[in-house]
Design a protein around this ligand. Sequence first.
Ligand SMILES: [Zn+2]
Ligand SMILES: [Zn+2]
Length: 359
Amino acid sequence: MATIRLGITMAKMKAVVKTKPEPGAELVEIDIPTPKPDEVLVKVLATSICGTDLHIYEWNKWAQNRIRNIPQVMGHELCGEVIELGTNVKAVQKGDVISAETHIACNHCYLCHTGNAHICINGRIFGVDVNGVFAEYAVLPSSNAWILDKKIPRDFASVMEPLGNAVHTVLAGEINGNTTLVTGCGPIGVMSIAVARICGATRIIATDINEYRLQMAKKAGADLVLNPKKDDIVQRVLQETSGLGIDVVLEMSGVSTAIQQGFDCLRPGGRFSILGIPDKPMEIDIGKSIVFKYATVQGINGRLMFSTWHKTSRFLSSGRLNLDSIITHRFRLEEFEKGMELMKSGNCGKVLLYPHPKD
Ligand SMILES: [Zn+2]
Ligand SMILES: [Zn+2]
């Protein structure tokens, strides 16, 4: 077991590291990092695997173009306990249990100055640009630490970052009283169903080609689930909305056919919010799908810093939002490969890893 003395990190820790520019990752022993003046050192209590981590693990095209630092500790989503403070840190205390915003903003560019730190032009991300959190310990800027309300369970806290993506997407326009189509029922898609439901969406339709994920969508509160392999999505959605089309589309799949179906389902004047990322460019009839439809199309990136975090915390601490059906698998950190395989299969919701399983 690692020990830390006198503010000087003395020991080693286990970490899942991308050691080579090729598929895979390794569990290795590395030094426990020392927090810089504005950073905190946290003991990672729970961390969850994101689609981004799988891309880096599988070393797909995006990862090959995006990842510059190897070796690098993987992972970005966490719940941790602050155990050491950098010399300038004031707003965070030792013993605070935190989640973390994973976009590290520069705080001085145009976007940071105008309330858009989530799309900071100099932004960096844990586990992508700097060492991440698939480890027993991790350092992060204290301004990224989100001190948790004690009512929020640790497991829920570890998925607050992707949950924030869902909250940001759902609340990017009117939702109460609106019919809503969620295309793609991966973890963030299913979270957005749960959020849309408590925010007053009136009829929630969800699509995916994976039956496991459609079942998850149902448990999270979808009124109707459709599988494009079996169902005519556009026809069914038009049927369900008296021929009008759906008020809101939340695009979570990044799949071009699903995106097109979403536009074909959208009612004139509707909102189309996109979080899913297609892996290649796609063609779209802008006149038919957007202009004549008078559609509002939004790209969603990250979480508003930090209004989305306040809302996400309130949803969780009030008990209104329950993620039990969305967190489906739990492993020790050492078993990260099992988690990656599950993610690859699609037969899972959020997969959590525990670096200190006894605590
Ligand atoms: Zn993530
Ligand atoms: Zn900035």
